[in-house]
Design a protein around this ligand. Structure first.
Ligand SMILES: [Mn+2]
Length: 459
């Protein structure tokens, strides 16, 4: 048996064990707040429903003591952590006392000690390759142990894996097994498609104009070229005054566009780079969620805006939730635009802390604190700062705390951001976590100035 089989075995056995004790009882479910975490929640909730297990679901970006305390105060019969928990196993077991806990995760475990909890993790089973399986994938095999009928939920684990960027022109072994289950269940349709992003959500004209991934000669970044291109193929880009989208085209028109693009690219690149796998959800609650990549982006936005229930219910197929989720994506994108505008404004006013080692932006309460991390990542990736400049962003949470994110620009090496941050946090109190080139913390609002001074002194 391979290590992959060992892992699947461990996960399904745990699922079987779980259902025996949890049937007809109450479960507290805690998941990560990103697409993979929300997919884990949707998958497990549907599996719980099938067994008459009642539940309360909570979501978090990281597990601090206040949060764990509230989890174990729910007085549930069983506790399940999904796509979260592996990095704080000791802390969980401390709060759990003798309660029955399952941790279903794929993050690096904080200990190998056999604590008093069931920990299902590919890394524990010795599966060490990167991107082998997502948190929701772990939940999928666990749910298969609960009841084989849960194979109808495989598509949720495919969404989670794509949300965690585990797809790279196909999947690794464990994810691939899940994909096969979903394809057989017809909950995911697999096809090869020209590499155009936003194909179901943006008008065809825009999809072609912004096709920088493919870089079509005479078409990409050329609005007139796009129209000429479609005219030549005899394809109309609008109908009754509405701009057409890819799904409005007939299959032969889609094929003609694909062929023409491959022809225009000629011998420059081989087709395998231009044609990518497309994963579609035939039962998606809305058109723009048919493409799993787009669906994952939409779910992520609801998570970032702390509208977890909207994300989970959308994944469970709720049409009303899906409508709000689509709106949330627009809200999220505009929040990011606002944040970047604030940076420009502050720079113009000279109120930005910016030198050749550190850029520090205090967003106060002007953006949702849940996006300070992503904004720091965007700034660090944007090539506006030279390699190795540390970007620090701060924002106020709704509970009057300060969320801090640290990133290093252009993935410079030899940084120990987590150490630097935990040093600074240890002086003012609070919690921190992360790794060498991305770290985050939560501190008390009263300690903000002191903390900023300490970070400034660190670089
Ligand atoms: Mn994950």
């Amino acid at each position: 048996m391979s290590l992959h089989d060992d892992f699947v075995d461990a996960a399904t056995k745990a699922g079987k064990e779980f259902v025996e004790v949890a049937k007809g009882k109450h479960v507290a479910l805690v998941t990560h707040f990103d697409t993979d975490g929300l997919s884990s929640a949707a998958l497990l909730e549907l599996a719980f429903d099938r067994e008459n297990i009642s539940y309360v679901t909570m979501h978090a970006q990281s597990l601090d003591e206040i949060f764990l305390d509230s989890v174990f105060k729910t007085d549930s019969d069983v506790y399940v952590f999904a796509d979260i928990g592996a990095t704080v196993l000791e802390k969980i077991s401390e709060f759990a006392n003798d309660k029955l806990v399952f941790v279903l995760d794929h993050h690096e475990p904080s200990t190998n000690d056999n604590l008093h909890l069931v920990h299902i993790n590919p890394l524990v089973s010795g599966v060490t390759e990167k991107n082998s399986i997502s948190g929701s994938g772990v939940c999928y095999f666990f749910a298969m142990g609960m009841n084989k009928d849960n194979r109808t939920l495989a598509h949720l684990a495919v969404i989670g894996a794509i949300g965690d960027s585990q797809e790279d022109n196909g999947f690794q072994d464990l994810n691939n097994r899940i994909l096969q289950h979903a394809v057989i269940q017809k909950t995911v349709v697999l096809s090869k498609q020209i590499k155009l992003y936003g194909i179901n959500s943006r008008p065809l004209l825009k999809v072609l104009e912004y096709s920088s991934d493919v870089d079509i000669p005479g078409v990409t970044n050329d609005p007139k070229g796009v129209k000429d291109f479609l005219d030549d193929l005899g394809i109309m880009w609008e109908w009754n005054g509405r701009l057409k989208k890819w799904f409005n085209l007939r299959p032969f028109e889609q094929a003609a566009i694909t062929e023409k693009i491959l022809e225009l690219k000629g011998a420059q690149e081989d087709d395998s780079k231009l044609l990518v796998y497309a994963y579609s959800l035939p039962n998606a609650p809305r058109r723009e969620m048919i493409d799993i990549r787009e669906c994952a982006t939409i779910i992520n936005a609801s998570g970032r805006l702390e509208q977890y229930r909207v994300g989970v219910n959308t994944l469970k197929g709720d049409r009303d939730a899906a409508q709000i989720a689509s709106m949330n994506l627009r809200v999220y994108k505009s929040a990011i635009r606002d944040a970047l505008q604030i940076v420009d404004d502050k720079r113009a006013q000279g109120t930005l802390i910016e030198n050749d080692k550190l850029v520090l932006i205090d967003f106060e309460n002007k953006i949702p604190s849940s996006i300070v991390g992503i904004v720091a990542s965007i700034l660090a990736r944007n090539k506006i700062y030279r390699e190795g400049v540390v970007v620090c962003t701060l924002g106020e949470t709704s509970t009057d705390e300060i969320k801090v994110s640290l990133r290093v620009s252009l993935s410079a090496k030899d940084f120990k951001l987590q150490e630097v941050l935990s040093d600074a946090v240890s002086k003012v109190g609070g919690t921190s976590g992360g790794h060498d080139n991305a770290a985050g913390a939560v501190i008390n609002k009263d300690k903000k100035e002191e903390f900023i001074e300490s970070i400034k002194a660190s670089f």
